[in-house]
Design a binder for this molecule. Sequence first.
Ligand code: ADP
Ligand code: MG
Ligand code: ZN
Length: 605
Amino acid sequence: MLQKKKGLASFFMATLIVTLIINIIIAWVVRSASKEIDYGTFLTMIQNKQIESVKIEANRLLITPKVNENSSASDKKIYYTGALNDPQLVERLHTAGVKFSTSVKDIQSPIVTFILSWILPFAMFYFLGSFIMKSLGKKMGGGGVMSFGKSNAKVYIEKKTGVTFNDVAGQEEAKESLNEIVDFLHKPSKYTDIGAKLPKGALLVGPPGTGKTLLAKAVAGEANVPFFSLSGSDFVEMFVGVGASRVRDLFQQAEKNAPCIVFIDEIDAIGKSRDSKLGGNDEREQTLNQLLAEMDGFDSSKAVVILAATNRPEILDKALLRPGRFDRRVIVDKPDLKGREEILKVHGKNVKLDSRVNLGEIALATAGAAGADLANMVNEAALRAVRMGRDVVRQDDLFEAVETIIAGKEKKDRIMTEEEKSLVAFHEVGHALAAALQKQTQPVHKITIIPRTMGALGYTMQMPEKEKFLVSKDELIEQIIVLLAGRAAEEVIFNKATTGASNDIERATGLARQMVTMYGMSNKFGMMGLESVQNRYLDGRPVQTCSTETSTEVDREVLQIINSCYEKAVSLLKDNREALCKISSHLLDKETIMGDEFMEILNSI
Ligand code: ADP
Ligand code: MG
Ligand code: ZN
């Protein structure tokens, strides 16, 4: 508050100085444009008929001289002289034929002059200045330049979030755990009477886009209480101590508004473990300490529930996770098949769907997609329907949207040579045949050689018949064979290798490596774990836990799997050369063929 007063005073001073300077400048301009003469000179000028007109003001006379041919521009000055008490003045001017006048507004009282030249500009500058400062302050996200110590939590308070559990699909377990919190906010006494303490906080953990933020809003919506939401990064500021004071403010406001929900999104921004080796960050640590203190400080009977979300739970400070703080962990993982279908239904309600649309099929094709991806797909499909001039969204719009998100947009204008095109066709049919000829692979859904913006020159889309949670060793081997069959087809038909197989190779090698290091599927290492996954909810990158010698051995094992799979792929395609050629030429004609068409040709051979 001290800062605020100080700021106000200096702002007042600045305005005053500006007004002063402006008045001085005006006075200077006026003076340099006119010249004072004495009364005698004035009378002489009248007699010599050198005067064009005279303006009579309250205490001076403004004299405009006549312009004669030989006077230069600089002579066009206006003269003035003090007004003497000269009763004959009017008489003199009249006989000399000088125009003369006076105006009402010139005879001002000094008070009016003072107001006009001092108070008015001052007030104008003051309002202009404070307006600019206010809008600047808003842009900076704070409560104004002069009050950066204050919380901006106010900005984010939502009386009603308008989101309920019905808007969140496919997260039944998470909803169940949060239901208790909703009930508590409705009727705290039910719990406090029996002596039960409710968790002060719940931590929503899961990959990006699975609906953590949405769930927190839904809890507030269900409980019908105000929702204070802040992102972890909102606390982190340039000035040490600002974050801590924001935390303090936030909790003060929350207690005033109880029952309510305080939601800290992306809490890892401030909740990072304090024992990091890279040197501490004073501001962040102070903010975290304040948060810990506040969470201890308020008593849970007040019905303030703190929710937080993160996708990196492993880096959070242990102190945050101990009982009495965020002691409840709600996992919000990627949805399964049923969950995906439900999410599609929720978002499908917002668009006009054709009656033949089968959302279950779309859900099957989108394994691994999070809620945000699915919401995006429905919207992409609607956009495509509009582009096609339709007024309802059809199944093919939805499929195209899925492909757009997986592989990018179609690039029909890319010109490829006939040779390249046929190479791509054989490559893709190689994948498709390897998939169709093995027993435990997913059926082929679509083969296309229309290039996509994300680099693919063509692709084969497989679709599972049902969702599986476990994959066997045989299935993994078959998957690797399918991935390598693209290059195998190039080799079998054209006897050459191209760069087109790089993505296949990367994926096949990744699978083979996981078999050896994580799934215990190699003869050499058996059940030994050689890699562990970090950042499970983000990229899930594996980190080696074995020695370098073992790592060399691992590479050898992986190479062996890849090599034997590639040999199998080559022999599979050699045995089915006729089908490979026939389907490829059909694909070259049509550019895209669907799974059933593909199977028809294959079965007819
Ligand atoms: P997170 O916070 O987990 O990264 P969000 O809650 O911000 O993800 O989700 C982003 C958007 O994705 C939501 O606004 C919603 O439209 C959609 N979405 C995500 N998960 C779901 C879900 N389970 N049900 C319905 N919509 C979802
Ligand atoms: Mg979020
Ligand atoms: Zn390929």
